[in-house]
Design a protein around this ligand. Structure first.
Ligand code: MG
Length: 391
């Protein structure tokens, strides 16, 4: 097979709000080859991501991603790895390139899985996909009372693990944060796994994080996520060495393998969280999973959007039996919810498992996506570089 076409669909909710919810818009990627279609989703701002695919060359290390993808052979796993390497070589000065590559790479794995009639995790070398324990990933309430109600609702809906993040947390004083932490624990009960996500609010300031350690310890937090900016290696290490110690999780901001490797080597993390829609796709994410296993760091997916993205994010560590916790989006916007015809749902025991169908194992509901499609055009000197394609 040869890659015949790569199409980008800019999708959006009618209104995009100023909240930490990445499911409000999306870039869906469709790749066609050999009479088959593969799909992928980028976890990225749509228009710059599409622009990185089509923009005229700026200089030799700043070529559009299309330069390294269109017409390339696609028959084996090595062909996908080669495309990834060539994109890095040709576009390393184009900072959006890895975001753009992510959706393409996922679509390539989906397409190759369909071609060989195997789920992606088998193409990656795993014999089986182990069940994962999903944590209900959601935003903090605006007040501790709301956080308590959300926590109670999460426990009642049958989840055994819940993560609260973003919203007001970390922005006010330490006591207000402590009230949210306690409200979450009270609502969830003592047995429940509770994760806290600061959403990088403290930038590089370890002293602000230090003031919350005691209250985090008191609610028995399973991990503290992203207290600092991605790649703030020093502050992460400082916090990890501060008492009382709380396990640290981060990595969703990594947009290439090298960053994830540095975070694993120098940020004293116990959990590395990777978004396949951002790091360069399944190819780069699997490298991280392999390295995490060697280092004894637990791999966790990062996903806050559709079940297409969820399937992609689970493939790289599907066969790692001991890395059993996974992120599970519970309050995505309708755009993300309606994207796939099938869903990955918790079973009786509260676990989820990847579909055993070829590729990502899910199909796109193109009819439902039409109402979210944004009409866009990129024109330079009267030449059209991009125009919204048809589903
Ligand atoms: Mg997070």
């Amino acid at each position: 097979m040869k890659i015949e076409s790569v199409d980008f669909f800019y999708l959006s909710m009618p209104e995009v709000m100023d909240i930490g919810d990445g499911s409000q818009d999306s870039v869906l990627v469709r790749v066609r080859a050999g009479g088959l279609e593969g799909w992928g989703e980028c976890e990225a701002s749509p228009l710059p991501t599409i622009a990185a695919y089509v923009a005229p060359m700026s200089h030799s290390a700043c070529k559009p991603v299309s330069h390294s993808v269109e017409g390339m052979p696609l028959n084996t796993v090595m062909d996908i790895r080669k495309i990834s390497a060539v994109v890095h070589q040709n576009s390393f000065d184009l900072l959006q390139a890895d975001h753009t590559l992510s959706g393409i790479d996922i679509a390539l794995w989906d397409l190759l899985g369909k071609h060989w009639e195997e789920p992606i995790y088998q193409l990656l070398g795993y014999e089986k996909a182990y069940p994962k324990l999903p944590y209900a990933s959601q935003l903090f309430g605006d007040t501790p009372e709301q956080t308590y109600e959300k926590a109670k609702a999460s426990r009642i809906s049958g989840y055994q693990a819940t993560k609260f993040g973003w919203g007001p947390i970390g922005k006010g004083d330490a006591e207000t944060d402590a009230m949210h932490f306690r409200a979450a624990r009270e609502g969830l009960g003592a047995e429940h796994y509770l994760m806290i996500d600061i959403g990088t609010v403290w930038n590089e300031d370890a002293s602000r994080a230090r003031k919350r350690l005691q209250s985090l310890k008191e609610v028995d937090v399973y991990w503290l996520e992203e207290p600092f900016t991605n790649m703030a290696l020093g502050p992460y290490k400082t916090l990890a060495e501060t008492s009382p110690s709380v396990p640290l999780a981060a990595g969703e901001g990594c947009n290439n393998y090298v960053q994830a490797a540095a975070m694993m080597d120098y940020a004293a993390l116990q959990y590395i969280q990777i978004d396949t829609g951002r790091i360069g796709g399944i190819t780069a994410a699997k490298r991280v999973a392999d390295e995490a296993k060697r280092k004894g760091i637990t791999y966790v997916n990062h996903t806050f959007t559709s079940h297409l993205a969820l399937s992609a994010s689970l493939q790289p560590f599907a066969g790692l039996k001991n890395d059993r916790i996974c992120e599970y989006p519970v309050e995505p916007k309708s755009l993300a919810l309606e994207m796939t015809n099938e869903k990955i749902l918790p079973d009786q025991s509260g676990h989820i498992v990847l579909p055993d169908k070829p590729g990502l194992g899910l199909t796109i509901n193109t009819e439902a996506m039409k109402k979210y499609l944004v009409e866009a055009e990129i024109r330079v000197n009267r030449k059209t570089y991009y125009q919204t394609p048809e589903f």
